[in-house]
Design a binder for this molecule. Structure first.
Ligand code: KG4
Ligand code: ZN
Length: 332
């Protein structure tokens, strides 16, 4: 590689991610997940996640370097997720990143997790325009963002969820339907066989760009309780999915048109949902808005997306993180 090689480390939730990026190109990555260990609790247990990061971190760094065909001495900077995320989980990644930066004598850079999700798209589709709107939808986040230069401008939240994240709603409804955890992929498979217009579930929102999914989940639970005979699982799944995708895309499109922005980036685990992409694309096409979605493997938490922002920070000459850098678990 010509430019600086940046190693990105991600540990905000249950994925231990390490990625190597140079010149806006992904050189190699490794992601280890502790998802299976959380499955029996039906959600992420922070202490379990932290211990899994501790076990997976060094092997993940070794594997990512190997896949990139690099030695550790080739790394010119280390970028790490500073937040938001689970405090104990973040701490493991930050401690590892500090140790590598110190040992290698290279800069340490702190990265905002949501900037990382959006930046994942640049690894596949090149630099973003001057302004864009980001919709980050995962098991932990549902944020509508106004984005400028990811290395220089702060992230502006146009709206967020008042309660459950979109992915969390998928997971909870999948559980109600007996589809297992994590439920998003299973629910969307079931939905493919159903009629999205079968049941009219509510589409609760908060203000112009805010979301709320707990009421929708309760409405599905009430519908199931009240129903008699065999449960029409596919129709419930399709109707629920339609309600979520309808509100997400309607607000994202409104954010773009209200702010005169012609690029929408959708990222996070729920961006893997086919109906979400389809609806976003058709609604955006009508208005001349380009939809960008990272490839599925870069939609979920990974180290490459953190390295991508790190690479931009190096380019921009951003200041190094202070040696006392700590986890910013509730970073805005
Ligand atoms: O980004 P991610 O891997 O982890 C974080 O939450 O940080 O996102 C995982 C979430 C889960 O809630 C999962 O159910 C959801 O993304 N998800 C989906 C799909 N694939 C994953 N939701 C809907 N449709 C999908 N195809
Ligand atoms: Zn995430």
């Amino acid at each position: 590689p010509q430019g600086a090689v940046v190693m990105g480390i991600e540990s905000s939730c249950d994925e231990t991610g390490v990625g190597l990026v140079a010149d806006g190109r992904l050189l190699g990555e490794c992601t280890a997940t502790s998802m299976d260990e959380h499955a029996r609790f039906g959600g992420i247990v922070p202490e379990v996640a932290a211990r899994a990061h501790l076990q997976s971190m060094v092997p993940a760094v070794r594997t990512a370097l190997e896949r990139a065909g690099l030695e550790k001495g080739d790394v010119d900077a280390v970028a790490v997720t500073a937040g938001p995320g689970l405090s104990t989980a973040l701490t493991v990644g930050i401690a590892a990143a500090k140790a590598y930066a110190l040992a290698l004598g290279v800069p340490l850079l702190g990265v905002h997790h949501l900037a990382g999700h959006v930046a994942a798209d640049t690894l596949e589709h090149g630099p973003l325009p001057e302004r864009s709107v980001g919709l980050v939808v995962s098991g932990g986040h549902t944020s509508l963002l106004m984005l400028g230069d990811l290395a220089r401008d702060p992230i502006v939240h146009l709206g967020d969820t008042a309660d459950d994240a979109a992915g969390e709603a998928f997971d909870k409804v999948a559980r109600l339907l007996g589809l297992g955890y994590p439920g998003g992929p299973a629910l969307s498979r079931a939905a493919a066989e159903g009629d999205p217009g079968a049941i009219r579930f509510p589409r609760p929102t908060v203000g112009p760009y805010g979301f709320s999914f707990s009421g929708l989940k309760s409405a599905v639970a009430r519908w199931i309780d009240a129903s008699q005979g065999p449960l029409p699982v596919a129709d419930i799944a399709a109707s629920f999915q339609e309600a979520v995708c309808d509100v997400l895309t309607a607000k994202a499109v409104a954010a773009c048109t209200d702010h005169g922005v012609d690029t929408l980036v959708i990222a996070g685990g729920v961006a893997a949902n086919g109906r979400l992409r389809e609806l976003a694309e058709s609604r955006c096409a009508e208005r001349g808005i380009t939809v960008r979605v990272p490839p599925p493997r870069l939609c979920t938490d990974n180290g490459a997306m953190i390295a991508a922002v790190g690479s931009m920070l190096v380019e921009a000459g951003a200041p190094w993180a202070p040696p006392g850098m700590s986890a910013d678990s509730s970073a805005p």
